[in-house]
Design a protein around this ligand. Structure first.
Ligand SMILES: [Zn+2]
Length: 228
C-alpha cells in the first residue's frame, strides 16, 4: 500500500454546492448530517479523477469517446433527433452497456461511431482501473476527515442569466480553506496516475467545484508526503 498525503491550496475561492436557495444565494454544501459547510470525500475523488482524465488523453475512455462523438456529431444528429438526448462521452462501463444492448437503436448509433475506439481501447482504461467504474473496483481510497470549513459570501455576481432575473446579481458562498487528504494506493500504477493528476491540477487544467468558468476553484496541489 502506497500512502500519499495531498494538500490543495486554493488560489481562488471554491464553491461546493447544491442548488441556489430561494433568495438566489448559492449556499455551500451542508446536509442534515453535518449542519456546517463541508466537502464530501467523493467530491475530492471526482476532482482527482477529472485531473487524471486530462492527464491521459490518449487512453482515457471519456476523452477518446467524446473526441470521436464531437467529430461525428452531424452523423449522430441525423439519427438521434432530440439533441438533448445525445450523449457526449462514454466511460468504460457505459461502453460495456452499449455492447450488451447492441441491438437497441440508440446503442447501434453510438457503436457505429465508436467502433474503432472500442476495439483499440483497453478496458477498463487506466483511469477507470485506478478510480473504479461500474463493477470495476478502483485501486485507491481517499481518506478525508470531514470538518467545518470557513466560508465567505461574495455578493452581486453579474452572471448574465442571473443578472437578467435579478439586478442585484447572485450571492455565492465560497471557501478558501486548504484541503488536506490521504490517498491510499494499491500499486505503482495508481501512484503514477495520482502524481500525474496532481501536475494536471497545477497546470489549472481542472478546477474544483462550481462556477469554474467564472474563475472559481483554481487550486494548487502538493504531495506533502509519500510512503510505502
Ligand atoms: Zn475508462
Amino acid at each position: 500500500m502506497i500512502k500519499l498525503v495531498i494538500r490543495l491550496e486554493p488560489s481562488t475561492g471554491y464553491v461546493i454546492s447544491g442548488e441556489p436557495s430561494p433568495d438566489r444565494k448559492v449556499e455551500f454544501n451542508a446536509s442534515i448530517f453535518y449542519s456546517y459547510p463541508y466537502i464530501n470525500p467523493s467530491t475530492i475523488k471526482g476532482f482527482l479523477r477529472s485531473a487524471a482524465v486530462y492527464g491521459y488523453p490518449d487512453v482515457s475512455c471519456e476523452i477518446l469517446s467524446s473526441k470521436t462523438i464531437i467529430s461525428n456529431i452531424d452523423r449522430i444528429k441525423k439519427k438521434i433527433h432530440n439533441e438533448e438526448q445525445i450523449r457526449l462521452s462514454f466511460m468504460c462501463s457505459d461502453i460495456e452497456d452499449l455492447l450488451e444492448n447492441r441491438n437497441s437503436r440508440e446503442a447501434s448509433v453510438y457503436l457505429e461511431v465508436l467502433g474503432d475506439i472500442i476495439r483499440k481501447l483497453k478496458r477498463p482504461c487506466k483511469v477507470c482501473r485506478v478510480f473504479g467504474n461500474g463493477s470495476v473496483k478502483g485501486k485507491l481510497r481517499i481518506i478525508y476527515q470531514i470538518r467545518p470549513l470557513n466560508t465567505t459570501e461574495i455578493k452581486g455576481l453579474k452572471f448574465s442569466r442571473e443578472y437578467k432575473e435579478n439586478r442585484e446579481g447572485l450571492s455565492v458562498m465560497m471557501s478558501k480553506d486548504p484541503i488536506e487528504f490521504t490517498v491510499l494506493c494499491e500499486d505503482k500504477e495508481c501512484q503514477e496516475v495520482i502524481k500525474r493528476a496532481v501536475s494536471v491540477i497545477n497546470d489549472s487544467v481542472v478546477r474544483l467545484g462550481r462556477f469554474k468558468s467564472r474563475g472559481f476553484g483554481i487550486v494548487n496541489a502538493k504531495i506533502v508526503s509519500m510512503s510505502t
